[in-house]
Design a protein around this ligand. Structure first.
Ligand code: TYD
Length: 205
């Protein structure tokens, strides 16, 4: 059965590790699964991603940033997500519309409603069936990144207050869409988080 599932969280929330593990386990159970990520996941989307995240692009206007994310999302949806859903796959996508609502809508101050509108246009209203928001204090997430070998991108380099606002944004959005978005406590071992999410997915599919 095809189902569109997205994962959201701040920097260092562990969502990528959790997705990798869910992906392997669902495959082992015999499901057809696609794992993908935003921004990116297709050639054009990856090129847009490089423009957005390039640390050199300090003069980027916030609305330009929001439009580029929406454009990248559109291309990835058309080229990658919709074909996989049509082929009957479970689609696990690292970030989608809620990232824009939290980062651009809330942390950049452009407004959740406005960002929702441009994304309605970009996605023609296609929303995930389920979204897991892995909630974690930004101090903890950012310290995990500092201790890893990952090179910080343009958004990682924002002040702590930015990441705190991202979190408040996510919690607000989760309240706006309680049916779709599940809040997952990210301050636990990956195995525990993965099991909680897997149980929910298996219940839904
Ligand atoms: P990425 O390297 O994918 O980060 P992570 O591993 O944390 O998912 O970088 C994506 C960055 O882009 C991340 O800082 C969040 C940000 N972002 C937005 O601001 N708006 C969006 O719509 C999306 C998809 C991502």
């Amino acid at each position: 059965m095809s189902i569109f599932i997205t994962f959201e969280g701040g920097e260092g929330s562990g969502k990528t590790t959790v997705i990798d593990s869910l992906y392997r386990n669902l495959l082992n159970m015999g499901h057809q699964v696609l794992k993908t990520r935003e921004p990116g996941g297709s050639r054009i989307s990856e090129e847009i991603r490089n423009i957005i995240l390039n640390v050199k692009n300090v003069e980027m206007d916030y609305r330009t940033e929001a439009l580029l994310y929406a454009a990248s999302r559109r291309q990835h949806l058309i080229e990658v997500i919709i074909p996989a859903l049509k082929a009957g796959k479970i689609v696990l996508c690292d970030r989608y519309i809620d990232s824009s609502l939290a980062y651009q809508g809330t942390a950049r101050g452009l407004g959740i409603e406005e960002i929702y509108r441009i994304n309605q246009y970009a996605t023609e209203g296609i929303l995930p069936k389920l979204t897991f928001y892995i909630d974690l204090k930004p101090e903890i997430g950012l310290s995990r990144i500092k201790n890893s070998s990952r090179i910080p991108d343009r958004l990682d380099l924002e002040a702590n207050s930015f990441h705190e606002t991202v979190r408040q944004g996510y919690l607000k959005i989760a309240n706006m869409f309680p049916e779709r978005i599940r809040i997952i406590d990210g301050n636990r071992p990956v195995e525990v988080i993965e099991k909680e999410i897997m149980d929910i997915i298996l219940e839904v599919i």
